[in-house]
Design a protein around this ligand. Structure first.
Ligand code: URP
Ligand code: ZN
Ligand code: ZN
Length: 474
């Protein structure tokens, strides 16, 4: 007896669309075929007129992660609800690592934190320093299913910046173990130089946040990280990339067979730096900062030609109160603008897939196959959990998102489930929405309601596929 049959839908793969039915037994996809050939089932879902996709995976978010004095509005359970409404069936977060701390201990602690999630989850290590005892932990992390590690090239004053030496030591061990470092590429020296100049001249309005971290600040770090990784010979993923200059460097290296991978995030596609001129511009403060429409065009182009292979939300659910908690008020009760006192980060786990369906597929910028790759298949492949995740195939986890490309909604704080009291996309009309989310065979979103369970998510043990970490001489 089957548990579920999804029939009459168009099944989406990263390179094709197939009209077929899916049989689910327990938490796995049992078969792809035609419903008349399947055994009896407990439930049938008619997906006529809809697309059936592998559940989206978000490999970049920050929850229960103390940063710049803030924590965010969600825990991993509430975040998993918001994610599920956005068609996400697996997410990944980072260890909370600070100087002097064991990354392995932080990993075990993170597993505990994440165990309240209603959807599956996995963990990246974070390295802020590289003494021999930290480097020795990388093997244990890989063995425990954590073969990806984030390093920040900035945030020196926050105490989490990895020096170039740290990068190279982690890169070296990652190479030996076929692991994948993930880099936040912003030049700390450029950011601090600009910041200090702006502070000296009293230029603290939101606008100067973006001016302190221009494209050059990112492009310099991007190129440096890529050069360092080529010296070592490891694969590298550069996260939250915002601009064409960085993509040009990545594309040239990819053409030479260098295993460099690029992530971008929806806020760099849909929100631009002129928002920093708004009175509420502080709500848009994130690192790297928002850029221009021209840079967004380069990102769309990069997603089309494959230079950008993955998207992440970089979700941080800071409420307005958290964004403003360190800002002082003048005698008129108004906020005194000082970009240094605003936590960096914007939310987006629930809107990533809807935005890409609406503005990507329905506006003809991307095919639905490209979106499938960018939100799911490529992520599963690159991060080492394919074909358990990221594909509709017999034996894969029954993580499925049913999408209605005709459904229209107007985005607002009230229609999202992220516990954030503002929405940076407020008033934006979008067409194309996930309408049902299935996690390991259980329907967790149906008819706009959450039916999942706290703690139902499982830890996903990942192992890199060596084809993504090897250099190929082209
Ligand atoms: O502004 C951002 N992106 N905040 C979260 C931390 C990070 O840099 O990824
Ligand atoms: Zn980052
Ligand atoms: Zn991030």
């Amino acid at each position: 007896m089957l548990d579920l049959v999804i029939k009459n839908g168009k099944l989406v793969f990263d390179t094709s669309i197939v009209s077929a039915d899916i049989a689910v037994k327990g938490d796995k996809i049992w078969a792809i075929g035609y419903a008349q050939d399947f055994p009896e089932t407990v439930r049938v879902i008619d997906a006529s007129g809809k697309y059936v996709m592998p559940g989206a995976i978000d490999a970049h978010m920050h929850v229960e992660a103390p940063f710049q004095g803030c924590l965010g509005a969600n825990d991993f359970y509430t975040q998993s609800i918001s994610a599920a409404f956005g068609g996400v069936t697996m997410f990944m977060d980072f260890t909370n690592t600070f100087k002097g701390m064991s990354v392995l201990d932080a990993f075990e602690k993170r597993k505990e934190d994440m165990s309240k999630s209603a959807i599956d989850y996995s963990i990246h290590g974070k390295f802020v320093e590289a003494p021999p005892e930290r480097i020795a932990e990388i093997e244990g992390l890989v063995e425990r299913g954590c073969p990806t590690f984030k390093l920040f090239m900035t945030y020196r004053r926050e105490g989490v910046m990895a020096t170039d030496e740290t990068l190279m030591r982690v890169f070296e061990r990652a190479k030996e173990l076929s692991a994948l470092p993930m880099v936040h590429a912003e030049s700390n020296v450029i950011a601090e130089y600009n910041l200090d100049r702006f502070v000296d001249s009293g230029k603290l309005d939101w606008h100067y946040f973006a001016a302190a971290k221009p494209v050059l600040c990112e492009a310099e770090a991007f190129s440096r990280a890529l050069y360092l990784s080529q010296v070592v010979g490891n694969a590298l993923l550069i996260v939250h990339t915002t601009n064409g200059a960085a993509l040009g460097v990545a594309e040239a290296a990819q053409k030479k067979g260098v295993p460099i991978y690029v992530e971008t995030c929806p806020h760099y596609l849909f929100l631009f730096s002129d928002n920093y001129d708004l009175p509420d511009g502080h709500l848009y403060i994130c690192s790297p900062p928002l850029r221009t429409e021209d840079e967004a065009e380069s990102l769309w182009q990069g997603m089309r030609n494959g230079t950008v292979s993955v998207t992440g939300s970089d979700d941080c659910t800071y409420s307005r109160a958290e964004k403003e908690m360190f800002l002082e008020k003048g005698p008129d009760g108004k906020i005194i603008r000082d970009f240094r006192k605003v936590v960096n980060g914007v939310s987006g786990i629930e809107t990533r897939l809807p935005l890409l369906l609406s503005e990507g597929v329905n506006k003809g910028r991307l095919s639905i196959n490209q979106v499938c790759a960018l939100v799911s298949s490529n992520i599963a492949k690159l991060y080492g959990c394919y074909p358990q995740k990221g594909v509709l195939a017999p034996g894969s986890d029954a993580d499925i998102t049913i999408v209605d490309m005709e459904k229209t909604v107007t985005l607002s704080a009230g229609m999202l489930h992220n516990n954030v009291d503002y929405c940076l996309f407020d008033g934006m009309k979008i067409k194309g929405m996930p309408v049902m989310t299935i996690s390991r065979g259980a329907i967790i979103i149906e008819d706009g309601k959450f039916h999942g369970k706290r703690g139902a998510g499982q830890f996903v043990h990942r192992k890199m596929d060596p084809q993504y970490t090897q250099y190929f001489a082209l």
